[in-house]
Design a protein around this ligand. Structure first.
Ligand code: SAM
Length: 296
């Protein structure tokens, strides 16, 4: 059951930004009131000395009260989408299994509707020692995005996230073709010739994260506020908000940072709420919404 009301740090036409701890702020939201939780939580292991069960357990102990709140406030057809960067075990060219351990735990309270990969072609070659010096690993270019759901039938519609057809598909739609058997033995029927307005996207989202021009960045500099360095590109929340919600529904980012999610949600006519524990980041995020009554 939700607790009493709390005061947002600022509000906009459709959103409320809270300064505080995610577990506490989420406890004020009503049961089954949220359509989408979209977030990128801090990845504690980067700060840990070395990967081991203790570090993973500590992280899960810290994260779990927030997971329980997310479970409670999501609508039965709601989704919890989280981006979690992978990590390398310190001092060795081997990968931490922690994200998988966390996913297994999350799988006890959510379904894994689908896993996505954010392919960021502009990522630096890491871990540098193994990639560029020893040359025994290749460039790390994807992070996991897990789409978790409360039930087996979360609200979703891939027609809202169609991508432009490839050149060959456009040609095929224009010129037509003879139904035939493919080398894979799949028969390609005439329905393939229907123009659906775009192609169904894959679960690899290719989005470079190189924003040298970004209004948020300039406004923070102008105001003397710290720039959040772990911002995700707006294309990521944009994809999942359109795919998994309808206008007017509520989207929450409990680890909002610079509040990319809130800004995108506002643009897509969704209600939103954000939570961020660092007051400077909250102040910077307010600048995304102008200085008028919008972010009062
Ligand atoms: C990876 S960043 C999110 C960046 C965000 N996606 C963006 O585009 O700007 C994670 C954020 O979670 C915040 N955070 C850490 N612990 C928190 C907590 N208990 N409650 C709320 N926010 C927290 C951190 O200060 C950090 O800004």
């Amino acid at each position: 059951m939700a607790k009493s009301r709390i005061t947002p740090a600022y509000t906009t036409r459709l959103g409320r930004a809270f300064h505080g701890d995610a577990a506490d702020v989420l406890s004020h939201f009503a049961d089954e009131s949220v359509s989408l939780v979209f977030t990128s939580p801090p990845f504690a292991l980067r700060r840990q000395k070395a990967y081991g069960n203790v570090a993973a357990d500590e992280y899960i102990d810290w994260f779990w009260p927030i997971v329980e709140q997310i479970q409670r406030i999501l609508r039965p057809d709601g989704s919890f989408v989280m981006e979690l960067g992978g990590a390398w075990n310190r001092g060795s060219g081997t990968r931490s299994l922690f994200p998988y351990e966390l996913l297994i735990r999350l799988g006890k309270v959510f379904y894994l509707a689908q896993d996505f990969y954010w392919h960021n072609p502009s990522r630096l070659p890491t871990p540098a020692e193994w990639v560029t010096i020893r040359r025994t690993r290749v460039k790390e270019a994807v992070t996991h995005i897990w789409w978790l759901s409360k039930t087996t039938e979360p609200q979703a519609d891939n027609r809202r996230v169609l991508v432009p057809y490839s050149k060959s598909m456009k040609r095929l739609l224009k010129d037509g073709y003879e139904p035939a058997m493919r080398p894979s033995q799949h028969e390609i029927g005439p329905h393939f010739q229907r123009d659906n307005g775009g192609a169904i996207p894959p679960n690899v989202l290719t989005v470079p994260n190189t924003r040298s021009y970004d209004e948020y960045l300039f406004k923070c500099r102008e105001a003397g506020l710290p720039i959040h360095h772990a911002r995700f590109p707006p294309e990521l929340p944009d994809f999942f908000i359109r795919f998994l919600t309808s206008p007017g529904q509520l989207v929450i980012d409990p680890f909002a940072g610079s509040n990319t999610t809130g800004q995108v949600a506002e643009g897509l006519e969704r209600k939103w709420a954000s939570v961020e524990i660092n007051a400077d980041y909250v102040a910077g995020s307010r600048l995304r919404f102008g200085t008028s009554k919008e972010a009062a």
